[in-house]
Design a protein around this ligand. Structure first.
Ligand SMILES: [Zn+2]
Ligand SMILES: [Zn+2]
Length: 266
């Protein structure tokens, strides 16, 4: 069963990605949270094309997928979880928590180091937020993220099932928390005790620096609460994006890709 899952991991990931994408698009159309200020057509083609591009680049640069790499790590009994012989459900839960905390820290670092922020700006330059914003990351940021993921798998000895589960969860949650979907305020209130919800992540895309340097989490809201970066001052009318990238041309793929190399005027 485990072997079958791993052999089919690519199909499983792509299948779940497409299913969630379609479901969230339907939800956005039937029950949106608010009216979009920029039309979908302008942004969607590029946001979806960049996913395709990133996947091709990762396949060219990395000889193994993260899941295959994890298989090699486990075969050789490398990493802390393997050294301390931690297996089964405990290793899956610990592995997911470790990877989620690393993703949180990585996000903070991408906001703190100017050179990395230039790459991450492409994600923040989106003038609106919807399900496709969750996949809009610069290819160089994606390559660095994959390198960090490989390092974490090796250091902690994270097994392939955990890596597969985490990739599915992260991908799904990134689409969910960027989407423009209406969630009942009471449900949202309880949901955000544990998870990052769209209203929570939306403030991270505010044009104001003081607001976009908060709510860094992608899956669990725990890390922002623990590290003091949680921001609950949710507003209805947030201006999204970045001051220097207000032109709609930055929604076109080739302009999106050169955002890291453009000097900011302020
Ligand atoms: Zn960010
Ligand atoms: Zn985001």
């Amino acid at each position: 069963m485990e072997l079958l899952l791993l052999n089919q991991s690519n199909y499983i990931r792509i299948g779940i990605f497409l299913l969630l994408l379609i479901l969230l698009i339907i939800w956005e159309i039937i029950k949106p949270d608010h009216k979009l200020s920029v039309s979908r057509k302008e942004r969607w083609i590029s946001n979806l094309m960049v996913v395709f591009l990133n996947n091709i680049i990762l396949r060219i640069i990395f000889p193994y997928s993260a899941i295959l790499f994890s298989d090699i790590v486990i075969e050789n009994k490398w990493g802390l979880l393997q050294i301390y012989n931690i297996n089964g459900y405990i290793s899956i839960i610990l592995g997911i928590l470790v990877l989620d905390f690393i993703i949180y820290l990585q996000h903070v670092v991408f906001h703190s180091i100017p050179l990395l922020w230039k790459l991450h700006r492409m994600h923040h330059a989106d003038l609106e937020l919807d399900v496709t914003s969750g996949t809009r990351f610069h290819p160089i940021e994606i390559i660095i993220s994959m390198g960090i993921k490989f390092g974490a798998i090796l250091l902690f000895g994270i097994n392939p099932i955990t890596v597969l589960l985490f990739e599915i969860i992260l991908n799904g949650m990134a689409m969910f928390n960027h989407s423009n979907i209406y969630i009942n305020p009471i449900v949202n209130k309880y949901l955000k005790y544990l998870f990052v919800t769209p209203s929570m992540h939306r403030i991270h895309h505010s044009i104001k620096i003081s607001e976009h340097n908060t709510n860094y989490g992608f899956n669990l809201s725990l890390w922002d609460r623990l590290m003091g970066t949680y921001n609950e001052s949710f507003k209805n009318k947030l201006i999204l994006g970045l001051p220097n990238f207000r032109d709609l041309k930055y929604s076109k793929l080739h302009f999106m890709l050169i955002i890291p190399f453009i000097e900011e005027t302020e």
